[in-house]
Design a protein around this ligand. Structure first.
Ligand code: MSP
Length: 645
């Protein structure tokens, strides 16, 4: 019989920032789905990769004096190392710089152009380089990028557009008729009501202001802008646009695209519309998981609160990290990463519950039977409870995994762990051991414990693969298939158990937290030394001459109602007075700057911010973590209006 197939994907990662525990979360979750399906008999394709084009990479590479490809090569190899240490069992790793992907994307672009879905026009708007996102005037928050809060740049350039709106009614109908397509449910409503139903704008899909991207074959000054390039990876990885479409025929449509909630919109609107335009079936499901937060909110480099998975794995091992992510974070909602909860979880669930069960079982088998697993010949009623629990575990696990309830799946396994520990207390093997007549009963108890642990280790394969292997080794398990869990007799009596190292040594919580904090400080200091914001493209002295910097005296300053970040200044520029709006209210009380001389860009085109005209910009600089900001001044008095250069 032909095996059923299962195609699961993660997002492809930007190589612009080192991956943190939040990105790791997506990939670990996808790995669990892939491993579970493999275990239960599916032919699985698990895809991950890297999203390597764009202006940001080009700038970072230039700052380092290397080519973009040289720049990304180093980072991509680091990402692959990370997946190795997290035990990620991907079947394919796609890089958007791979030749077959480039060809596939060019074919897609050409096809959509030829059939009239792509047209040429002009893009005018605001661009946030770090986020690689375009924004309209109304989307900006206090004049800055609504995602990251950093300044945006005004752009106008020739660009190709994709006629998204044409497909919107079909997509709305599709989403409404396929309730599982967008999950969790709440996110589906958000996509429909906030984005699709209000009407879609055509999507800008090419750029001419940088060249680190896939060129449009029939108009080489354009490179294909990030989302068309990135999203296509899910089909080019299977051979779309090549001579060999065997994998595409076999695995497409994908069973699940797993993505963070921040990129759900791209996957449930742009991507399905692209596929509709290509005449391809849509993925069966897009699942948007929540954020992994740290105390104090979202993880970000600038806040210095990024949790590094490599440090955690070095300190605790891979499986404890996987365990925490999978058990503690409700799949689909936001969850917290916290060192103390993490270490306590290792101590209670892994060291105490699971680790002790294994070491006690092996120790008793060695002490009472020289390690030889006895046959179960003297059954008693108390065994039924344990055996029933073991036999019902696989089905419960399958149900939870079908609903993508990963923590619930682990609850089920730990229920069996708990039952087996309780069984030791109920059957008191150490008392049975005192009575030679109870030898058969003692043997049965040991057999049942070993067999329960075999169930546990098979069920753990998708979640804690290393631990599962260690258990099998100590118990000398030779049948570890899913099907073998249909009956409670897979352990071979006569096999010899081999007590090995403790699975999870207990950790001193306080000491370890101190150590982690120390490592974090060291890494922070090291990162500071090596990291510098990339220098922007060179300009000529003539370019610089275009900027008119002037000394301005602050006459008045007040906050703006409804705009948390903004202050409104009235300044004296010598010959005239101006109003300037600046997003610095976090750092200054309005009265603090009155009477001071600041430096302003005097010939910046005026803009309206929160309904207030701003006729210039006050120069200032912030610390890396944005906790402090200082305005630029001169170290002596100059009259208002004086030129600064
Ligand atoms: N390159 C795009 C994806 C293109 S897919 C066709 C991208 N890359 S990313 O590197 O910025 O993010 C990769 C994934 O990590 C996303 O799913 C994102 O939601 C996820 N996460 C980033 N920070 C996260 C947390 N703090 N918590 C959980 N997931 C997070 O977006």
């Amino acid at each position: 019989m032909k095996k059923r197939t299962y195609y699961v994907t993660t997002p492809i990662y930007y190589p612009s920032a080192n991956l943190h525990i939040g990105n790791t979360y997506t990939t670990v979750a996808a790995d669990v789905l892939a491993r579970f399906k493999r275990l239960t008999g599916y032919d699985v394709m698990f895809l991950t990769g890297t999203d390597e084009h764009g202006q940001k990479i080009q700038r970072l590479a230039e700052a380092k004096g290397v080519t973009p490809k040289e720049y990304v090569d180093v980072i991509v190899s680091g990402i692959k190392d990370l997946w190795k240490i997290m035990n990620i069992s991907y079947d394919k790793f796609i890089r958007t710089t791979d030749d077959y992907h480039i060809k596939g994307v060019q074919d897609i672009f050409k096809k959509l152009y030829d059939q009239g879905d792509i047209y040429k026009g002009y893009y005018e708007g605001w661009y946030c380089t770090p986020c690689e996102s375009f924004w309209t005037e109304t989307q900006l928050v206090d004049g800055n990028c609504p995602d990251c809060g950093r300044p945006v740049e005004k752009t106008k350039e020739e660009a190709y557009f994709f006629k998204m709106s044409k497909y919107a009614p079909r997509l709305i109908e599709y989403i409404e008729n396929h309730p599982d397509f967008i999950q969790p449910e709440s996110r589906k409503n958000e996509m429909l009501n906030n984005f699709l139903k209000p009407g879609l704008q055509d999507l800008c899909i090419s750029r001419t202001s940088f060249d680190w991207g896939i060129p449009v074959t029939f108009d080489e000054k354009h490179v294909i802008y990030v989302w068309i390039d990135a999203l296509s990876n899910y089909i080019t990885a299977l051979g779309y646009g090549s001579n060999n479409t065997e994998a595409l025929d076999k695995y497409w449509p994908a069973d699940i695209h797993l993505v963070g909630k921040d990129i759900l919109r791209f996957h449930t609107i742009y991507w399905p519309i692209m596929l509709m335009a290509l005449g391809m079936p849509l993925p069966k499901q897009v699942f948007g998981h929540g954020w992994l937060l740290v105390n104090g909110g979202k993880m970000s480099k600038s806040k210095g609160n990024v949790v590094d998975p490599v440090v955690l794995v070095n300190e605790f091992g891979t499986d404890p990290v996987r365990y925490y992510l999978l058990r503690e974070i409700p799949f689909g909602s936001d969850g917290l990463f916290n060192n103390e909860i993490f270490i306590n979880k290792i101590n209670s669930d892994l060291a105490n519950d699971l680790g002790n069960l294994l070491s006690r079982t092996c120790a008793m088998a060695e002490k009472y039977f020289d390690g030889i697993i006895p046959a179960p010949t003297a059954k008693e009623n108390v065994d039924d409870n344990l055996i029933e629990c073991a036999l019902s575990t696989p089905k419960k696990l399958e149900d939870s995994m079908d609903k993508l309830r990963i923590p619930e799946a682990l609850d089920t396994i730990w229920e069996l762990v708990g039952k087996a520990n309780k069984y030791i207390d109920e059957t008191t093997p150490w008392i049975l051991a005192k009575d030679e007549d109870k030898k058969d009963r003692l043997g049965t108890v040991i057999y049942n414990l070993v067999e329960s642990l075999r169930f546990i280790s098979v069920c753990l394969v998708p979640f804690l693969p290393e631990t599962s292997e260690k258990i099998n080794k100590q118990l000398n398990v030779d049948i570890a298939t899913w099907d073998s869990l249909a009956s409670f007799d897979g352990t071979q009596a006569g096999n010899k158990v081999q007590k090995g190292d403790i699975l999870f040594p207990r950790i001193d919580v306080e000491k370890k937290i101190e150590e982690l904090n120390r490592i974090k400080e060291q890494n922070k200091a090291a990162a500071k030394k090596t990291e510098m914001q990339p220098i922007k493209d060179q300009i000529t002295i003539d370019d610089f001459e275009k900027i008119d910097l002037r000394v301005a005296k602050v006459l008045e300053c007040e906050s703006i109602k409804g705009a948390k970040k903004l202050l409104k200044f009235k300044v004296d520029l010598g010959g005239e007075q101006r109003q300037i709006v600046s997003g610095i209210s976090k750092y200054y009380k309005p009265e603090e700057l009155v009477g001071k001389s600041v430096i302003v860009v005097a010939n910046l085109k005026p803009v309206k911010l929160m309904g207030e005209i701003s006729q210039g910009m006050i120069l200032s600089g912030a610390t890396d973590d944005n906790s402090k900001l200082f305005t630029a001044t001169l170290d002596g008095e100059l009259p208002a209006g004086s030129i600064v250069r």
